[in-house]
Design a protein around this ligand. Structure first.
Ligand code: IPE
Ligand code: IPE
Ligand code: MG
Length: 248
């Protein structure tokens, strides 16, 4: 089924919790890693579709700091996949800039090098920015931002009374992009799992049961369709939002 989308109201920033790789594989009698491999294909499909639709930022939850506690062989397989799947060609063909956010200190030198190279090679691509959250924890990100702000105060660069919401946003790893308009979680779980806690304060949330490897372009369209049927009020009344729309 094709979804009739309003191309003037495509979310600028979509964040996705790509969940369900392991269960998808187990249901097929395969190893969990097989699901992660299939998940890479979905990343390619969805990236292309986002570019086609005109999405500007796509932030993908790829590996959480909590995921370091998984069995060593699964962690190794996931890091191996990061290495092999970061092909310049995909980014160059689709004019996609690559960025990474997360606790880089826990990532191996080899993977970090690949991440740096891919960021550098794609720095001038402009259709869309794909942000990979790797070794990511939103609580850690907020703690690091707090450290950085405290240091700026200590160094006399910032006054305590001048710390506001913008200061915090500017000190997060995500400071180069706007907050997500739409957050999608695949795989059926109804939780946030330490993802972009500050940034999703006013995002529209969309949960679906489909496992990530089975998530298709149409599923993305369905999520955007749901997003387009909602009224974002940001605390105002329905009438106020309608009036503002008519004034435009
Ligand atoms: C998401 O799929 C990918 C990562 C967390 C790395 P999972 O591996 O969590 O798959 P399920 O949720 O166990 O099915
Ligand atoms: C969240 O998935 C992290 C990623 C998708 C990378 P998990 O599968 O780790 O989440 P929980 O632990 O079930 O909440
Ligand atoms: Mg999971």
């Amino acid at each position: 089924m094709e979804y009739a989308l309003d191309m003037t109201r495509i979310p600028q920033h979509i964040a996705i919790i790509m969940d369900g790789n392991g269960r998808w594989a187990m249901e097929r009698g395969k190893e969990r890693t097989y699901g992660h491999q299939a998940g890479v294909e979905t990343v390619r499909r969805i990236t292309k579709e986002c570019v086609r639709l005109g999405v500007k930022y796509l932030t993908l939850y790829t590996f959480s700091t909590e995921n370091w506690n998984r069995p060593t062989d699964e962690v190794a397989a996931l890091m191996g996949l990061v290495l092999t799947s970061l092909e310049d060609e995909i980014f160059m063909k689709n004019n996609v800039r690559f960025r990474v956010i997360g606790d880089r200190s826990r990532i191996s030198a080899e993977v970090n090098k690949k991440l740096d190279e891919t960021e550098q090679h794609t720095a001038h691509n402009s259709a869309m920015t794909m942000v990979v959250a790797l070794s990511y924890s939103s609580k850690l990100e907020i703690a690091k931002a707090t450290q950085s702000i405290a240091q700026q105060v200590k160094d006399g660069l910032l006054h305590v009374d001048d710390i506001n919401e913008t200061t915090i946003s500017q000190n997060l790893w995500t400071n180069f992009m706007p907050d997500p308009d739409l957050l999608i979680r695949t795989g059926g779980e109804l939780r946030i799992s330490n993802y972009l806690l500050w940034q999703i304060a006013y995002s529209e949330l969309y949960f679906c049961d489909t496992y990530w490897p089975a998530f298709m372009e149409q599923d993305l369209q369905k999520a955007i369709c749901s997003y387009q049927q909602r009224q974002r009020r940001f605390g105002k009344t329905e009438a106020q939002v309608e009036d503002e729309k008519n004034e435009k």
